[in-house]
Design a protein around this ligand. Sequence first.
Ligand code: SF4
Length: 378
Amino acid sequence: MGVYVHIPFCAQKCYYCDFYSVVVSEDFPTLAGNYLVSLRQEALYYRKIWGEQPLDSLFIGGGTPSVIPPEELAGLVSWLLKELPFVAEPEVTMEANPHSLTAAGVEVLSAAGVNRISLGVQAFQNNLLKSIGRIHRAEQIGESVEALRKAGVDNINLDLMFGLPGQRVQDWLNTLESALALEPAHLSCYGLILEENTPMEKWVSEGLMEVPNDDGQAEMYEAACRILKGSGYEHYEISNFALPGKRSSHNLLYWQNKPFIGLGSGATGYIGGNRYRNIPDLWRYMQSWHEGGPLYEDCDQVSVEREMDETMMVGMRLLAGVDEASFCRRYGISFWELYQPAINDLLARGLVEWDGAKLRVTRLGLFLENQVSAAFLR
Ligand code: SF4
């Protein structure tokens, strides 16, 4: 179980992004300071509800956490590690953009307990970075990794994206090669999704921008699976690859549908069977904590039936699949009793396989994961 903290600030908005974040402006230092106070108030509120269940991971995401001065962020991290019931050596991940990381900053964060950095790299070609609205340049990626290693942070994830406008297969192969040359512990490879109401979705729908088609995306994804596996990375989740022993504990928590505390404007959390999403409006969020309580955009009690569906849906993203015995222990019923027609249909279509203990996606199912997940929604 873990804690997610949302830092909703970015230096500029990427054209494809629909995460909640605001672009930093002149009043940013005051705004960030006040926001960090609200985060502490929220953490104390959930501290009482959560009790003593041990927390294994802390994930500071966004947004771009690294736009906040490292001293302030480090203060928040060490305070959370002290106030909440974390295990002795939790995984503490922070997302960062290559342009906003300095060696001195990383040292401060590392001293506060940050032991894993997830870098938003996306591509190693400046023309592609520019076409998707990223602020960093390719040269800064290697510099950031070097700064991290110097500060003793070796557990590094690189986020990469394929299916970008104007991206050729060769560009993607070069990106994979450049990423591997940096020897990261973990790699995430995501296909571009044209989210509603983003500038990129508008430009593509108006014919002003072109992105690779489904076949092009599938070719890039297939290349990533083959090349990363050949380089010693375990393909353990649809989009995630890790060196042995370097899987992300925090993200595994989501794929196993476990509870977690979510803090911050726009953050989601899952506590005591309640799934909530905080209001994605940082001023209203801060006002609500000033008044002493949460302000949700949504908050629903998740029924056991719904939780079982979700456990299957997210669990099938893991290449190890869903273990029938674990499912039975958790819910007192076999998933075969609940989903037999759906599973038989997926088996007949060659999207999943059953080895007598686990149900998992096949190679074909990897490419059609949406259809696999959807089958478990009753
Ligand atoms: S840096 Fe990340 S959160 Fe910020 S706009 Fe870009 S993709 Fe979105």
